[in-house]
Design a protein around this ligand. Structure first.
Ligand code: FAD
Ligand code: NAG
Ligand code: NAG
Length: 507
């Protein structure tokens, strides 16, 4: 049956017709025969390898459109690549045989109204965006980046599937700062989408862009650069029960006392130290007033003689962004990760948290060849700008979450192969949370995309029924032929039933 399905799909796609069309274009095209093809097709996550039918490097939206037309008439799936840092290598297709439209040639940035409005083409890296903002004294909420260098995480997908940083509780997600997008559609048309124009498309872009078109530019409403930010880190050591106590204090503080300028995460690594890490948009004295009670709670149960350290420092915005980058910054990794977000109304119980820490402290040491971490971001609650947005305003569903867990394991040297036991270890972490009574209230963040989630599972965990159904309707309108397709892509409303029938007919 699988074979029949593959045969059916193969007869639809025609790589050679695609190649003929692409080679007539006047911008760079890499075919599998090219010496640069292999390096161009390496995923950031080296656990995954996919072989695209070609990679193209357009320099303008019009050139993007020409490439999309070639693929569309040859029935070859099309994906865009911006930073290429997606966890599942969907920017290489997430399967073999796709056309990859690499956007690194689109680096334009323009400002209006003295910097208040930013138009950024989608080939810019997050570091380049941050540098451009700095030149006009403005800022945006986003994840960390490396200023002025090529290595960084990048807004497009980052922006379109969330874009979370420590400033997000005060400023919103990067996608909430977006006021417009320019897209190349499946038929090669170039359109703008905003609240005024193609509003349904704009709705879908903010939460699910890759199934709808290739975004060539985004327009953001920027914010004044804050004069002072306090970056901090408090590291504790202890045992599973002290880690659970600290986590429960962190969760209670998150739900009740954390003001919007406070960004924070609970972070646990293989040496079994745990850390409260983050930043506060404001001076150190104000930060300490708010935060030291939580530190004291964690100190109560931790081992104060070993490995404890405290750091809090005021800095300017640029220095702050630089301080958030790991040294050396990762240029590639070989990993498996999962995401789970808790509901604002259903905190994790003491029993669940104790089980979770027990799992990490007993199972973790059995995997010395894995580099793993558990990161838990404070995301919502009191005054969080993320949760102030009504749920159906965008296709991004997570407006009622308190904490976001990222469960992550890399091979020890960050290179392939990925150790087989890494899957079970990470799945086991998620299982402790999902199997708890509060487990059915969990959801997942699509920027930490997990290609091992099954069909019904990712639909539900990333989008939920209401948003997912609407996305399928919007997909039918803008990409009926499903040109922009990849694993975990939105399929048009009619298609899934149709596909099923075709396979059954052939059997
Ligand atoms: C080290 C690291 C740290 C991270 N930290 C954070 C963080 O702090 N906060 C956070 O929110 N996220 C974070 N992330 C997750 C990050 O947001 C995602 O990995 C994001 O997908 C990276 O964007 P990208 O442009 O590199 O994606 P790509 O890999 O280029 O693309 C991802 C997906 O989007 C599609 N796509 C890309 N560009 C376009 C476009 N222009 N139009 C349409 N579809 C497009 C691709 O086809 C693919 O399906 C981090 C990731 C890494 C690797
Ligand atoms: C999209 O908007 C920009 C200005 O924001 C404009 O320059 C461009 O012509 C518009 N494109 C289309 C197809 O309307
Ligand atoms: C954890 O450490 C505390 C403080 O040192 C100790 O009282 C407690 O018994 C320890 N718990 C376990 C499960 O080892």
């Amino acid at each position: 049956m699988l074979l029949l399905l593959l045969l059916a799909l193969n007869t639809l796609a025609s790589p050679s017709q695609l190649q003929t069309c692409l080679t007539s274009l006047s911008f760079p095209v890499l075919l599998p025969s090219s010496p640069s093809y292999a390096p161009a097709c390496q995923a950031y996550n080296r656990r995954l390898t996919f072989l695209p039918s070609s990679v193209v490097y357009p320099r303008t939206p019009a050139e993007v459109a020409l490439a999309v037309r070639c693929a569309s008439s040859a029935s070859v799936p099309v994906v865009a690549r911006s930073g290429g840092h997606g966890y599942a290598a969907f920017a290489l297709g997430g399967q073999d045989g796709s056309l990859v439209v690499d956007l690194s040639g689109l680096k334009g940035v323009e400002f209006d109204n003295g910097g208040e409005v930013m138009h950024a083409q989608t080939g810019n890296r997050l570091g380049e965006i941050a540098s451009a903002l700095k030149s006009v004294g403005r800022a945006l909420p986003h994840g960390t980046c490396v200023l002025l260098s090529g290595v960084s995480r990048f807004p497009p997908r980052h922006a379109a599937f969330g874009g979370f940083g420590f400033a997000s509780r005060e400023w919103g997600l990067l996608l909430d700062r977006m006021i417009g997008a320019e897209l190349v559609l499946a038929d090669g048309r170039i359109v703008n989408a905003s609240l005024e124009e193609n509003e349904d498309l704009f709705w879908a872009v903010r939460g699910s862009v890759s199934s709808f078109g290739i975004a060539t530019s985004y327009t953001f409403l920027t914010l004044p650069e804050p004069p002072v930010t306090t970056a901090y880190s408090y590291v504790f050591s202890g045992n599973a029960s002290s880690a659970a106590q600290c986590f429960l204090a962190f969760q209670a503080f998150s739900a009740s006392s954390a003001p919007p300028p406070l960004g924070m995460q609970f972070f646990l690594i293989p040496d079994l130290t745990y850390e409260l890490f983050g930043s506060y948009t404001g001076p150190k004295a104000a930060f300490e007033d708010v935060f030291l009670p939580l530190v004291l709670e964690c100190e109560k149960t931790s081992d104060t003689h070993a490995g404890t350290h405290a750091f809090a420092q005021e800095m300017g915005w640029e220095a702050y962004l630089v301080s958030q980058v790991g040294t050396p910054p990762r240029v590639a990794d070989c990993f498996y990760a999962k995401s789970l977000m808790t509901s604002s109304t259903t905190p994790l119980s003491q029993q669940t948290v104790e089980k979770f820490m027990h799992y990490l402290f007993t199972e973790g040491p059995k995997h010395p060849h894995l580099a793993w971490f558990v990161e838990v971001d404070l995301y919502g609650r009191e005054g969080s700008a993320i949760n102030a947005v009504p749920k159906l305003d965008t296709a991004f569903r997570h407006r009622d979450r308190l904490l976001g867990f990222q469960l992550y394991a890399s091979s020890g040297n960050l290179r392939p192969p990925f150790p087989e036991d890494g899957y079970a270890f990470v799945d086991g972490m998620a299982e402790v949370l999902s199997a708890a009574p509060e487990g059915r209230t969990l959801a997942s963040y699509a920027n930490y995309v997990d290609p091992r989630l099954g069909q019904g599972e990712w639909e539900d965990m990333y989008y939920g029924g209401e948003i997912y159904d609407r996305l399928r309707k919007v997909k039918s309108k803008w990409d009926k032929g499903n040109v922009f397709r990849f694993p975990q892509g939105i399929v048009p409303s009619e298609e899934r039933e149709g596909e099923g029938r075709r396979v059954v007919d052939e059997l």
